[in-house]
Design a protein around this ligand. Structure first.
Ligand SMILES: [Zn+2]
Length: 185
């Protein structure tokens, strides 16, 4: 999936475990679930526009990825300070692509980082280890639309649902806000 989806998922996961004490347990759960969420979302990416290789000659590919980049920056601006732990673990596997594509761009070689190690680990978990592998077998029944530009709408929809979920969670944790506002008006 694209980075905004991973960022938002990390925020929601950290928020979900926010009430758990001791705090170390909440952070441990957040890190584990956020890291695993990356593997699931990347399996789900088959239904969205997600070609393996960049296509800088396609105006749509460039425009879409520019929008993705802007949205990622906006989301980090909004939530990094408060939810950096969840965001970091939800997004950290994509460090693989920074190392791998970075070597190509700068013409350098890092012998131990020629493979996407973190994605390989998630792939192993989601293809070999139940119950994660069961989820993958269900997701694999969905149509593969990685090369269909219209399929980006599925990811836009998912981001909208995640935003709505976050909004509802925020509203639920502040029941006192509404009466206070009513008194003012
Ligand atoms: Zn990924």
């Amino acid at each position: 999936m694209q980075e905004p989806t991973h960022i938002l998922t990390g925020v929601i996961i950290q928020k979900s475990f926010g009430g758990i004490r001791p705090r170390d347990l909440a952070l441990g759960l957040t890190a584990t679930v956020a890291f695993l969420s990356h593997g699931f979302l990347d399996e789900l990416a088959r239904i969205t526009f997600h070609p393996a290789d960049p296509d800088f000659h396609s105006p749509f590919w460039v425009g879409y990825h520019a929008a993705v980049l802007m949205t990622s920056i906006l989301f980090l601006f909004l939530w990094w300070k408060k939810y950096k732990w969840g965001i970091a673990f939800a997004a950290v596997p994509d460090v693989d692509w920074i190392f791998i594509h970075g070597q190509g761009i700068f013409h350098i070689q890092i012998p131990f980082y020629r493979q996407p190690h973190l994605h390989d680990l998630l792939h192993l978990i989601y293809h070999r280890i139940p119950p994660f592998s069961w989820l993958t077998s269900i997701v694999n029944r969905l149509p593969n639309a990685r090369h269909n530009p219209w399929a980006c709408l599925w990811e836009v929809l998912l981001v909208a649902v995640l935003l709505l979920t976050l909004r509802l969670m925020t509203m639920a944790e502040r029941p006192s806000v509404r009466p206070a506002k009513l008194q003012v008006t």
